[in-house]
Design a protein around this ligand. Structure first.
Ligand code: NAP
Length: 301
C-alpha cells in the first residue's frame, strides 16, 4: 500500500499532524520508535497549555493519543532506519519493515544532551538518569543532584524535592535560563540547594554513583549524592535527513514556519526544526501546519 502520508514521530507534533491528516481524509501511518507522547510524557505537570490549567504529561499524551485514535490512527512502534524522501513516492525503512507514502512528515523531536564528562557513561542507569519522574522514587529520602538551569532542570528539581532529602541543583552560570515562575518556586523550596556557577568535572563511585566532583570559582568541590539527573538540554534526532535537508550548526532542520523542506512532499514539524520557542503549543501548531501543507501538496494546490 502507498499511504498518503507517513508521519515519523509520535510526540505532540506527530500526533497533532495525524489528527489533521486523518480529519482531512488522508490515509495515514504514524511510526514511533519508543512510546507515544514524546518528551512531555515524563513531565510531572503541564501548566502552560491553553485551556488545560494543570495536567500531567502522561495524562496529556494519553488524551492526545485517544483523540487521534478516535479518528482512525494507525500507529506502528518501529524506529525509522532509512529514509528515501525524494521522488513522488517516498520510502521509510524501519526496524519492522518498509513503508511508502506520497508525503512524509518528519516529527522526531529531540533526545537528551550528554555532559561528556568522565563517569557519565559508566554510571548510566546506576545513578545517572535523564528522567526524575521515571527514576526519582529509587532515591527516596536520599541526597541527589540535578544538573542544568533550564525549565526541565527546575521541574526535575521541584519534583525530586518532594521525594528526596536534599536536591543539589548544579548550574554552570549564575542565572537560570528557566522561566521566572519555576525559578521562584525552586527558590522557595528549602530542600533545593543551588550550586552556581558550578560544573560537573567527574562522576565517581564504585558500583554505583557516589560522588560528583564540581568545579567552582572557589576551586574543586566533592559532592556526595546517590544520583545525578542530567537536564542539560536536548539534541535533535535528524541524522537520517542530513543528506537531504540543511541542518543548523546545532543539528536542527532549517525549515520555516510553513514546515516545508526543500524537498517536495517532505515536511518537518515540532522540536526537530529550528524555531524560537519549543513548547507543547508550538509543537501542536507545527503538526497542524505540516498536515495542512501535506493536504495541499496532495491536492496539487
Ligand atoms: P534548555 O532550555 O536548553 O536548558 C538547558 C540547560 O542546560 C541550560 O541551563 C544550559 O546552560 C545547560 N547546559 C547545556 N549544556 C550544558 C553542559 N554541557 N554542561 C552544563 N550545563 C549545560 O533545555 P531544557 O530545559 O531541556 O528545555 C528544552 C526546551 O523545552 C526549552 O525550550 C524549554 O522552555 C522547553 N520546556 C518547557 C517546559 C515548560 O514549559 N513547562 C518544561 C520543560 C522544557 P545555559 O543556561 O548556560 O545555556
Amino acid at each position: 500500500m502507498i499511504y498518503d502520508v507517513i508521519i515519523i514521530g509520535g510526540g505532540t507534533a506527530g500526533l497533532s499532524a495525524a489528527l489533521y491528516t486523518l480529519r482531512g481524509g488522508l490515509s495515514t501511518l504514524l511510526l514511533e520508535a519508543e512510546v507515544h507522547g514524546g518528551q512531555i510524557v515524563v513531565s510531572p505537570e503541564v501548566e502552560n497549555y491553553p485551556a488545560l490549567p494543570k495536567i500531567s504529561g502522561a495524562a496529556y499524551a494519553q488524551q492526545l493519543l485517544e483523540q487521534v485514535e478516535a479518528v482512525g490512527l494507525q500507529i506502528k512502534y518501529e524506529a525509522a532506519k532509512q529514509i528515501e524522501p525524494e521522488g513522488a513516492v517516498k520510502t521509510v525503512t524501519t526496524t519492522g519493515g518498509q513503508y511508502q507514502a506520497r508525503t512524509l512528515i518528519w516529527a522526531v523531536g529531540v533526545s537528551p544532551r550528554r555532559l561528556h564528562c568522565p563517569g557519565e557513561e559508566k554510571f548510566l542507569g546506576r545513578g545517572v538518569s535523564f528522567c526524575a519522574t521515571c527514576d526519582g522514587a529509587l532515591y527516596r529520602g536520599q541526597e541527589v543532584a540535578v544538573i542544568g538551569g533550564g525549565n526541565t532542570a527546575l521541574e526535575e528539581a521541584l519534583f525530586l524535592a518532594g521525594i528526596c532529602s536534599r536536591v543539589h541543583l548544579i548550574h554552570r552560570r549564575s542565572e537560570f535560563r528557566a522561566e521566572k515562575a519555576l525559578t521562584e518556586r525552586a527558590a522557595q523550596e528549602s530542600r533545593i540547594v543551588a550550586h552556581m556557577p558550578a560544573e560537573v568535572a567527574e562522576i565517581t563511585g564504585e558500583k554505583r554513583l557516589e560522588e560528583l566532583l564540581l568545579t567552582t570559582p572557589a576551586g574543586e568541590e566533592e559532592l556526595p549524592v546517590s544520583a545525578a539527573f542530567l537536564a542539560v538540554g536536548k539534541i535533535p534526532a535528524n541524522e537520517l535527513l542530513q543528506p537531504y535537508v540543511t541542518l543548523s550548526e546545532a543539528g536542527y532542520l532549517l525549515v520555516g514556519e510553513d514546515c516545508k523542506t526543500n524537498i517536495p512532499g517532505l515536511f518537518a514539524a515540532g522540536d526537530c526544526r529550528e524555531k524560537p520557542l519549543r513548547q507543547l503549543v508550538t509543537a501542536a501548531a507545527d503538526g497542524a501546519v505540516a498536515a495542512s501543507a501535506a493536504i495541499s501538496y496532495l491536492r496539487g494546490a
